[in-house]
Design a protein around this ligand. Structure first.
Ligand SMILES: Nc1ncnc2c1ncn2[C@@H]1O[C@H](COP(=O)(O)OP(=O)(O)OP(=O)(O)O)[C@@H](O)[C@H]1O
Length: 976
C-alpha cells in the first residue's frame, strides 16, 4: 500500500501503485495528461527528466492514495474502477481461445451461442475477458449477420471502458478495431468516417506501444479504412486503401477473414472498371464462401456476380438463378435483410426488366428500397433500374420525383455520386419528354461530375452513351460525334456487351439523323442482334422499332406493316416508351437496297464483324452470335456449331443438324478444344471465304473472352514451375494437355489443399496423385493409397479412422487407420464416389479441421495429412441423386484436376508405348523398337481402357515368345 508520506509527495512509487494494472496511456487519459508526463512522474527523483504531479492533479492523487474521495479532476473517480481485475486470467483465456476456430470456419451461430453463454453465465470476471468476448460477438453480428446495430449494442459499454482506460492494451486494441469497422459499416445512421480514423489511430498506437503483431487486427483496420473510403464515395482513396489492404492480407491466415478482405478487393476491381477481373473474383468468392458455409458472403458475391453477368449480356435467367441461389444462401428465413440484399434486389430487378416482367421488378425494387430506407443508405444503387422501369412504362412524373429524391439526398453515404445520379435521371426525364437539348446538357453534366469524382465506371458509361443519342436528337452533330468518341473509349476501357449494344443503337440513331442510313442500319442490326441474343425483350423491341423507322425514312418498301407489328410487340410487353425522343426528319440520302439476295463482299461483313467483336461478350454468347450471324448472312443455310474430339468425332452444340452441311470451318474455343462451324449449301461465290473469315474472328473472340475471364468456366490458371517443367520420373507427358497438367501439379506442390483428380478409368489418376506427392515437401513422408470401392461397408470407418481394441466385435488389436498411417504425408482416396454416406460427414470434419475420432476413442486425434481424392464418376450427379453429400462435394472441389482420356491426347500414345516396352523388357535384353505398322495401329486405336489398356497390350505383346528387334502390328494384337 502507499505510505502517507509517499502519497503526500506523490512520489514515483505512489504513482506506480495508483496506476496498478492500467497502461500508462490509459492512466494518462484518466488524468487528462500525456503518457510521457506519467512516465516522467514515475522516474526516480534523481533522474534529470523526472517531474512530479502538480496542482489539482497532485491534490486529487493524494486524496486517492489516502483512500479518500478525490474531488478533482472529474475523471478520477473512474480510477477506482481500474483497481478491479482487468487482465484476463489464464482460465478465461483458455475458455475464449477455442472461439477463434468458429470465426475461422465462419460458424457464426456457434460463435454467437458460445460467447453469449459465457457472458451470461458470469464465468468471465475480468473486464478484459468480458470486453474481448463482446468484441468477438460484435464481429459475429457485423460480418456473419450484417446486423450492425446489434453489434454496436454489444460493443458500446466496452468502448466506454476503453475510453476510461479500464482495459488491458492487448484487448483494447480489439475493441478499437471492431469500433473502427462498426463506424465504417454500411449503415447511414452509424457511419462516421471521422470516428473510423480515431479508432484506427488508437488501435495503431496500441499495436505499436504494446508490440502486438497481429496480421488479423491490421487487416481489420485496413478493411475499416477501405469501407469508409467506399461509403464516402472517394474512388482514389479507395484504391489507395485497397493497396494497403492487399499488402496486409498476405500475413492473414484466417480463411474467413481472407475471404472478407478479398470481397473488398473484388469490389475495388469493379469500381475501377476491371470488369473481367471483378467477374472472376466474385465467382471465386461465391465458391469459396459456399465451401466454407459462409452464407452471407456467398449471397453477396452471387448478387454482384449476377450484376456482372448481366453487364456481360448473359441471359436474364442465368442472373435470376444466381439471385435465387443468393436468397437461398442467406435470406430465405436465415438472415435479416441487410446491405447485401440491396444488391441482390438490383440484379434481380435488372433481370426481370429484361424479361419485361415490370410488376415483379417493381416489387423487388420496393423490397430493396425498404432496406435502403432502413439503413439510411444512398438510394442510387437501385436508381438505374427504377429509371428504366419508369422509362419503359411511361411513368415520367415518377421519374421526375426520383430525380428530386436523388438531388435532395442529404445523407453522408456517397452523397456527391448520388447527386450525379440525380442529374442523370433528370436528363433522362428531359429526354423522354422530348427536350433533347436540355437532356444532352444534363447527361454531359452528369458525366463531367462523375469524371471529377473519379472511378464509378457504370455512371460514366451510362451518361456518355446517353449523351450521344441526346446530342443526335438535338441535331448537335459535331458534339454528338465528340461524345461518340468518348463513349467508345469508355466502353473500350470498361467492356460490357450490353452497353456496347446500347451504344450501337445510339450511334445508329446518330448516323440516321446524319443521313447515313445504310451505316445506321448496320449499327442498329448489330445492336438488335446482341439484345436479341441476350434475351432482353424491351431493348430488342425498342431497337427493332428504331431500325424499322430508319428503314421507313430511307424509303424501304414494306416497312409499314413491320412497324405495326413492332408496335404490337411493344404493346404486348407493356412498353409505352415513346417511339424515339424528338424524332425529327430523317434524311433519306441513300437508295435502299433493292434485292433481298445475300449481300456479300466487304460491305456485308460490317454487321457480322461488329457483332462478333463486341467486347465483354461471354463465350456462350459469342458462339450463339456466330450461328445467328451466319443465319442472317446465308438465309436458310442451316448453320451449326459442333465440338470435335481428337478422333474428329463431333458433338453438336448449337444450330440445325438435320440438313447435312456442305462447308465446314474449324476454330478453337479458346481453351484449346476444337470446334467447327458448318453450313448447308449452296453458298454464293465468296461464301466459303466469308465463312472462314467469320469463324476465325469468332475463334479470336472466344480466345479473348477466355483470356479476359468472360468465359463461362474459368479454368485454373497454369503456374509454370520455375526453371521449366518439373521432373516427374516415370510420368509420361508428351502431349500439350499433359504438359499443362504437369505444370499445374508443380503449381500445387507447395500447397496443402485437397485435390480431386477426375478422369476415366485407367487414365492415370493414381499416377497423378503419386506425382503430386513426390513433388511436394511431403515426399519423404508416407504416401498411403486407399481404395474406397474395395472395403466392405461395415469395416469402412475403422479402416479409415482406426479403432481401439474392443471397439467392436472382432477388433482384437488397436488399428491406427489409414489416415493416421499417412500422418505427415499424403493420403490418396481412390474411388471417392463409393464412400458410404454415413462416413461422409466424418471425412468432411477431418478435411475441415484435421481431426478424426477413431472408434472407441473418446477424444479427437489431430492428424496432418494432405488428401488427394480421385474418381471416374460424375460426383455432381451423385450429389443430385442424393448419394454424395453436397458439403463434402464442395469441400473436395477446392482444386480439381482433370486427367484427359488417352484419345484426347494422342501425342502421348507412342511415348507411353515406348515407356512400357522399356519398363517390361526383362533385364539384360534389348527393348524392341516399334515398327511403322505398329505405330500406325497404336495411334489409330480409340483406347477406351486408356493408358491401362495400352500397358496391357504392350505387356501381352512382349509376353509370348522371344523378343523381336522390331515390334510389328501383328505382335501387338490390339483387340476391340
Ligand atoms: N502418364 C503416365 N505415365 C506413365 N504411366 C502411366 C501414365 N498414366 C497412366 N499410367 C499407367 O497406366 C496404368 C493405369 O493408371 P492409373 O492406375 O493411375 O489409372 P486410374 O485413372 O487411377 O485408374 P482407375 O480409375 O481404374 O483407378 C498404371 O499402370 C499407370 O502406371
Amino acid at each position: 500500500m502507499v505510505s502517507r508520506n509517499e502519497a503526500q509527495g506523490v512520489g514515483p512509487e505512489a504513482i506506480r501503485a495508483l496506476r496498478g494494472g492500467l497502461s500508462r496511456a490509459a492512466f494518462a487519459r484518466q488524468l487528462g495528461v500525456t503518457p510521457l508526463t506519467v512516465y516522467r512522474w514515475e522516474l526516480p527523483e534523481a533522474a534529470p527528466q523526472a517531474r512530479r504531479p502538480r496542482g489539482r492533479v497532485a491534490q486529487a492523487l493524494r486524496q486517492l492514495a489516502e483512500g479518500g474521495q478525490p474531488t478533482l479532476p472529474s475523471a478520477l473517480p473512474r480510477l477506482a474502477g481500474s483497481l478491479l481485475p482487468q487482465e484476463m486470467s489464464p482460465e478465461e483465456r483458455a475458455r475464449l481461445t477455442p472461439c477463434l476456430k468458429f470465426f475461422q470456419r465462419a460458424d457464426w451461430r456457434s460463435a454467437e451461442n458460445v460467447l453469449l453463454a459465457m457472458l451470461a453465465s458470469g464465468e468471465l470476471r475480468s473486464t478484459g475477458a468480458r470486453a474481448l468476448a463482446s468484441a468477438g460477438l460484435a464481429y459475429v453480428y457485423r460480418w456473419g449477420f450484417e446486423d450492425v446495430r446489434r453489434a454496436f449494442t454489444v460493443l458500446l459499454p466496452h468502448l466506454a471502458e476503453a475510453d476510461a482506460g479500464l482495459l488491458p492494451e492487448s484487448i483494447e486494441v480489439h475493441v478499437h478495431a471492431q469500433a473502427a469497422n462498426l463506424f465504417a459499416s454500411p449503415d447511414g445512421r452509424i457511419f462516421d468516417a471521422g470516428k473510423v480514423n480515431v479508432h484506427v489511430a488508437r488501435a495503431e498506437t496500441l499495436l505499436r506501444s504494446a508490440n502486438i503483431s497481429s496480421a488479423e487486427v491490421r487487416c481489420l483496420l485496413r478493411m475499416a479504412e477501405v469501407a469508409a473510403a467506399f461509403h464516402l464515395g472517394a474512388p482514389e482513396l479507395i484504391s489507395r486503401q485497397f493497396g494497403r489492404l492487399e499488402e496486409t492480407l498476405s500475413g492473414v491466415t484466417d480463411p474467413t477473414m481472407r475471404l472478407m478482405a478479398t470481397h473488398g478487393i473484388a469490389h475495388e476491381a469493379a469500381i475501377r472498371g476491371e470488369a473481367s477481373l471483378a467477374t472472376r473474383r466474385f465467382r471465386e468468392l461465391a465458391q469459396g464462401a459456399a465451401r466454407l458455409g459462409y452464407g452471407l458472403l456467398e449471397a453477396r458475391s452471387l448478387a454482384f456476380l449476377a450484376q456482372r453477368r448481366l453487364d456481360e449480356a448473359c441471359e436474364p435467367d442465368e442472373a435470376l438463378a444466381l439471385v435465387r441461389r443468393a436468397r437461398e444462401a442467406a435470406w430465405d428465413g436465415r438472415l435479416g435483410r441487410g446491405f447485401s440484399f440491396i444488391f441482390a434486389a438490383r440484379a434481380e430487378a435488372d433481370a426481370l426488366l429484361r424479361l419485361a416482367r415490370f410488376t415483379e421488378a417493381e416489387a423487388v425494387l420496393d423490397q430493396g428500397d425498404a432496406v435502403v430506407e432502413d439503413l439510411a443508405w444512398t438510394p442510387h444503387p437501385l436508381v438505374v433500374q427504377r429509371a428504366r422501369l419508369f422509362y419503359l412504362t411511361g411513368r415520367y412524373a415518377d421519374m421526375r420525383r426520383l430525380a428530386v429524391r436523388l438531388s435532395s439526398y442529404s445523407g453522408s453515404i456517397q452523397q456527391a455520386l448520388t447527386h450525379a445520379y440525380g442529374v442523370w435521371v433528370e436528363a433522362l426525364a428531359d429526354w423522354v419528354e422530348g427536350n433533347a437539348q436540355r437532356s444532352a446538357e444534363s447527361f454531359a453534366a452528369a458525366h463531367a461530375r462523375v469524371l471529377e469524382l473519379g472511378g464509378w465506371p457504370y455512371l460514366r458509361r451510362d451518361s456518355i452513351i446517353a449523351e450521344v443519342g441526346a446530342r443526335a436528337a438535338a441535331n448537335q452533330f459535331p458534339e454528338a460525334r465528340a461524345a461518340l468518341r468518348r463513349a467508345r473509349a469508355t466502353v473500350e476501357q470498361f467492356p460490357s456487351a450490353w452497353s456496347t449494344a446500347l451504344l450501337h443503337r445510339h450511334e445508329g440513331w446518330l448516323l440516321a439523323r446524319e443521313g447515313r442510313s445504310r451505316e445506321a442500319r448496320e449499327k442498329l442490326e448489330a445492336s438488335l442482334a446482341t439484345f436479341t441474343l441476350a434475351g432482353d425483350l424491351p431493348e430488342t423491341a425498342l431497337t427493332r422499332r428504331t431500325l424499322l423507322r430508319v428503314a421507313q425514312a430511307a424509303g424501304e418498301p414494306g416497312t409499314e406493316s413491320a412497324l405495326l407489328q413492332s408496335e404490337e410487340e411493344l404493346r404486348r410487353h407493356g412498353i409505352t416508351a415513346p417511339p424515339d425522343f424528338s424524332p425529327g426528319p430523317l434524311h433519306a440520302q441513300e437508295a435502299p437496297p433493292t434485292d433481298a439476295a445475300p449481300r456479300l463482299g466487304a460491305e456485308s461483313l460490317m454487321v457480322p464483324f461488329e457483332r462478333l467483336s463486341v467486347r465483354g461478350m461471354g463465350a456462350p454468347l459469342i458462339q450463339r452470335e456466330l450461328v445467328a450471324v451466319l443465319e442472317g448472312l446465308f438465309p436458310g443455310c442451316a448453320p451449326r456449331l459442333e465440338e470435335l474430339d481428337s478422333q474428329d468425332r463431333a458433338t453438336p452444340l448449337l444450330g440445325q443438324t438435320d440438313i447435312p452441311a456442305s462447308e465446314w470451318v474449324e476454330l478453337s474455343d479458346g481453351y484449346g478444344r476444337r470446334l467447327r462451324v458448318g453450313v448447308a449449301g449452296p453458298l454464293p461465290a465468296d461464301g466459303r471465304a466469308l465463312l472462314t473469315a467469320l469463324a476465325r474472328l469468332a475463334g479470336f473472340a472466344l480466345e479473348v473472352a477466355v483470356l479476359r475471364g468472360f468465359a463461362h468456366h474459368v479454368e485454373p490458371p497454369l503456374r509454370e514451375p520455375e526453371g521449366g517443367a518439373p521432373e516427374m520420373p516415370g510420368f509420361i507427358a508428351a502431349s500439350p494437355a499433359m504438359q499443362r497438367l504437369k505444370a499445374e501439379l508443380a503449381g500445387l506442390s507447395g500447397s496443402r489443399a485437397t485435390v480431386i483428380v477426375t478422369g476415366e478409368s485407367g487414365s492415370g489418376k493414381e499416377v497423378v496423385a503419386r506425382g503430386l506427392h513426390r513433388l511436394s515437401a511431403r515426399s519423404e513422408r508416407p504416401y498411403v493409397a486407399f481404395n474406397c470401392a474395395a472395403v466392405p461397408r461395415e469395416l469402412f470407418e475403422g479402416q479409415l479412422f482406426g479403432y481401439r481394441r474392443g471397439a467392436y466385435t472382432g477388433a482384437t488389436a488397436d488399428h491406427p487407420g489409414v489416415i493416421r498411417t499417412a500422418h505427415g504425408g499424403t493420403l490418396f482416396l481412390d474411388e471417392i464416389g463409393e464412400l458410404p454416406l454415413e462416413v461422409q460427414p466424418k471425412l468432411l470434419r477431418f478435411l475441415e479441421n484435421g481431426e478424426i475420432f477413431p472408434l472407441g476413442e473418446t477424444r479427437p486425434v489431430q492428424v496432418d495429412v494432405r488428401v488427394i481424392a480421385a474418381t471416374h464418376r460424375d460426383l455432381g450427379k451423385l450429389v443430385r441423386e442424393g448419394r454424395f453429400r453436397e458439403d463434402l462435394y464442395y469441400r473436395l472441389q477446392v482444386v480439381p484436376v482433370r486427367v484427359p482420356p488417352l484419345r484426347e491426347r494422342r501425342e502421348d500414345i507412342l511415348a507411353l508405348a515406348r515407356h512400357f516396352i522399356a519398363q517390361l523388357t526383362p533385364e539384360g535384353q534389348e527393348p524392341p523398337t516399334l515398327g511403322p505398322d505398329a505405330m500406325a495401329a497404336l495411334v489409330a486405336h480409340p483406347w477406351p481402357g486408356n493408358v491401362r489398356e495400352l500397358r496391357n497390350v504392350i505387356e501381352r505383346s512382349l509376353a509370348f515368345g522371344p523378343l523381336p528387334a522390331v515390334l510389328g502390328a501383328d505382335r501387338l494384337r490390339i483387340t476391340g
